[in-house]
Design a protein around this ligand. Structure first.
Ligand code: F6P
Length: 364
């Protein structure tokens, strides 16, 4: 048996721990392992290298991915100019399968978020044996209780929220901290709860300017001369759109979000008359070492992926359910994004301690 491993989409703490877990588990079964470079680009362009025990030694603590990644390498709509220029998206999935077969790869482990898992699912439907591992700091995959990378991002975001408290208190300011998360508010919501944020703004609850200003003013009336606002990059006003920073051509998600925090700061200064400062956390949340939880989860997912291949359970994805590594179909994994739902535990918790969501219609 020879397996291939690739990491696709945005990098994220824990990718190396999965690569290590899957490789070690495979080698212990007597299999060979090949790592593909830069996600599916490696499969399309035949860029790979064998992975030995030595290659994966000591990488459990390292962020990023030793294999490299790409969020613009979709073999079914390939736009990366490889050895010549490809102007229009081309279906090079057949070329990828040919390369995998030429290398003697019997099964592929695709580690990634919804974009990568969608591609993995297409390869499965095309008849190539593939299993998936759910990665993303956004925690927006519905078929698993949690994705690896989320806990690490949350740790960074929470520390940032903790740290801005001192300036907020000393200067009697409003500090606005912007987190990542794309179309889901999980990072902002959990970091907001953990860091004691006063106002949390998430894409799932469109905000009203006057309600944010009122929440700040109410705190001042109660003698609290500072406020912490934790805002997800996908937050949007009730009658408005998300803030797009730039297009991302070739990516499975064609836009990048960011910058809504400046709008929030501006409206608070104008409508509540309080000085604001903004901190956009950006890719800091994706950097650095994975937390112990993510190392544990990612290793478990890697071992589970090898187990799925051994049992020939292709077209499935490792998933965490009630603290146990299970598996779900790739079809289920890519069917819908996991977003903050009405009445979920985190919402009730935040509302229970008086957090504002910038919308007076949302009350406990
Ligand atoms: O999906 C992970 C994520 O970090 C999102 O939270 C963010 O919107 C996006 O990726 C940023 O992508 P890029 O690395 O292409 O800027």
């Amino acid at each position: 048996m020879k397996i291939g491993i690739l990491t696709g989409g945005g990098d994220c703490p824990g990718l190396n721990a999965v690569v290590r877990g899957a490789t070690k588990a495979a080698l212990r079964k007597g299999w060979e392992v090949i790592g593909f470079k830069d996600g599916f680009k490696g499969a399309v362009e035949g860029l790979s290298r064998p992975l030995t025990d030595r290659d994966v030694s000591g990488i459990i603590i390292r962020g990023g991915t030793i294999l490299g990644t790409s969020n613009a390498a979709n073999p079914f709509a390939y736009t990366i100019p490889p050895l010549g220029s490809v102007e229009k998206p081309k279906d090079l999935s057949g070329q990828a399968v040919k390369n995998l077969k030429k290398l003697g790869v019997n099964a592929l482990v695709a580690i990634g978020g919804d974009g990568t898992l969608n591609i993995a699912y297409k390869f499965h439907k095309k008849g190539f044996p593939v299993v998936g591992v759910p990665k993303t700091i956004d925690n927006d995959l519905s078929a698993t209780d949690v994705t690896f990378g989320f806990d690490s991002a949350l740790t960074v975001a929470t520390e940032a929220v903790d740290r801005v408290h001192t300036t907020a208190e000393s200067h009697h300011r409003v500090m606005v901290v912007e987190t990542m998360g794309r179309y889901a508010g999980w990072i902002a919501l959990r970091a907001g709860i953990a860091g004691g944020g006063d106002i949390i703004l998430i894409p799932e609850i469109p905000y009203r300017a006057q309600d944010i200003a009122r929440a700040v003013a109410d705190r001042r009336k109660r003698g609290k001369n500072f406020s912490i606002v934790v805002v997800a990059e996908g937050a949007r006003p009730e009658k408005g759109e998300m803030t797009v920073t730039k297009p991302a051509p070739g990516s499975t998600d064609p836009i990048r979000l960011g910058g809504v925090s400046y709008k929030i700061a501006d409206l608070i200064e104008k409508q509540a008359g309080v000085e604001c400062r903004v901190v956009v956390l950006g890719h800091v949340q994706r950097g650095g070492e994975p937390t112990p939880f993510d190392r544990w989860l990612a290793t478990g997912f890697g071992v589970k992926a090898a187990e799925l291949i051994e049992k020939k359970q292709f077209g499935r994805m490792a998933a965490l359910k009630y603290y146990s590594c299970r598996s779900v179909t790739l079809a289920a994994a890519v069917s819908e994004l996991r977003r903050v739902g009405k009445g979920c535990q985190e919402l009730r918790t935040a509302l229970g301690v008086g957090t504002s969501f910038g919308n007076s219609k949302i009350i406990s």
